[in-house]
Each structure stands twice: as C-alpha cells, then as structure tokens.
Design a protein around this ligand. Sequence first.
Ligand code: OGA
Ligand code: MN
Length: 296
Amino acid sequence: MAELARTDLTPLIGSQVHLEKAALLSGDHAPEIRALLVERGAIVVRDVHLSGDELRNLARTLGDLRLGTAKRGSDGKTLTEGDEGVMRITLDPEKNPEYARFLFGNELWHMDGTYSEGTPPFATMLAPVALSQRGGDTLFANTYAAFEALPEAEQRELEQLEVVHSLPAALFPGKRDVSAEEYAVWASYPRNAHPLVWQHKSGRKSLVIGTQCSHVVGMHRTESHDLLHDLMRHATQDRFVYRHKWRLGDVAIWDNTGTIHRAMPYEENSEREMLRATLNGEEPVTGVGQRAAATA
Ligand code: OGA
Ligand code: MN
C-alpha cells in the first residue's frame, strides 16, 4: 500500500490526511485510509467541501454504509440512519424531526450504537454544513491507548467484566428536569451488555466505555459507578484526546470501535449542522475469554 501523506495531530490520536477531493472520492486510497483510521483513531481531511451525495459515496468506498430512513428500524427500536444513509446532526427538530431531541447526548463522551447493537458501527463520518457561533468542537479519545496505559493487574481484572449499555444512561446526565414521559421513551429502547475490554480480531484490546455505560453486571451499584467513572476520567485525559476545531470543508472519520467521542456544548438554537454517514460494524464486541474460546 502506498503511504498516505499525513500530519499527525497529537502523538496518540488524530491525523490529517493530505488528499485532494477527487483523489479522496476515487476510492483508490480506501485501503490506506481504513488502515490509518484504525491506527490513528480519527482522521480529518480539509478543504474538500463534501455534499451529502459525496459523503455517501466516500462512505461506500470505505465500508458498508448504514442505510435506513429517519424512523425506527424494522424491529421498531433500532436507531437507523437518515434518508439514504446520510443523517442531519442538528439540535433543530425541523431539520431532524426524529432524532434532534436525542442529540444533546452527543455532548457527553460516547461510542455510537453500543446500546442498540451487538456489533456497533465500525466508523462514523461527519462533514459540517454550518458551524456554531460558540463551542461545537468534537473531541476523540483513543480507547486502545487508554487500555494499554493501565497497569497489567488492572487490565486482567477489567477483562473479566461485562457492562450494560443503555439509552437512559447515555442521556440522563445530559438533561435537567427529565419528565417521566421522556424517560419512558428512552427506556423503551433496547439495552445491551458488552465485555468491558474488547479483544479485536487484530489482537489489540480497547476499552468499551462511555456515558452510555449503565452498570457493571453483577457488581454493587456504588462500586460499579466508581469504577466506570474512574475509567472515564482515565480514558479522557488530554494525552489520549484529539480536539477537532471545525472549518467548513472538513470531513472527519473516526474508528468507532477504538475511540469515544463527544461534541463540546453549543447553543441550543445554533445553526450548527453536520452531515453524518455511518459504516456498519464488521465484528461484534468480543471479550478476551470469548476470543480465546473462538480461536482455541
Ligand atoms: C454523532 C456525534 C458529534 C458532533 O453524530 O454521532 O457524536 O460533534 N456527533 O456533532
Ligand atoms: Mn456519536
């Protein structure tokens, strides 16, 4: 594979790839982009000004574009992508009637799709249509690096644990005065348990964490709360984080299986709007024990 021209944005996460729009969209560099995405967690290409169609085409060169219409999926519950695989990420309900009311949750650290899917999305891509006046940077944290930095004894303990992910856990900390009705809607979505440590097919291990983590299975709630909070503070230290300051024309792509991300708060009535495309997951979250059993 030919090396991509790139600039690393921090030591542990984030690279800017230097490609012209035509070269990016050609698909000729797709294998290198995918490899770099997994190696660097998040990549950014600037000055490419992608339309929705172009974002969709780029996504298709990189993986399996998640489709759907802006309504609940065929099981009645799964969150699906917007029309033809591109969703408008905005807090304005007129622009995204179905999901705008959930999207304040993007301001808390999370992985996409872990509460609804056994196989969470491989990657997510954002391209801005309009920026906020204040705030609105997007942060990415490398959960491979965060795991690798833990003492070995702690790694072995964490590898034994399973965590329940849920929409109420993802959203409740982000909103004041949640009504019973609203909470009931969140609680009607499926929840999912995942190993806390994912041993990927590649052999590398990452933490599967985020605000959407409700509790550690079988652990006392207080202890579980402390453990998850300690891990979040560990994983979101500056040394594991790349903070992207958006410019119109950018596209950012992140490996949703080895990073967590969040938006910095922005005005509720903001113009900020991103086009998002999501690539379906390619391997289920697999614990260290499950991986060993599968390869035995
Ligand atoms: C998302 C998301 C962050 C942002 O679309 O999944 O988390 O900065 N977006 O809008
Ligand atoms: Mn997200």
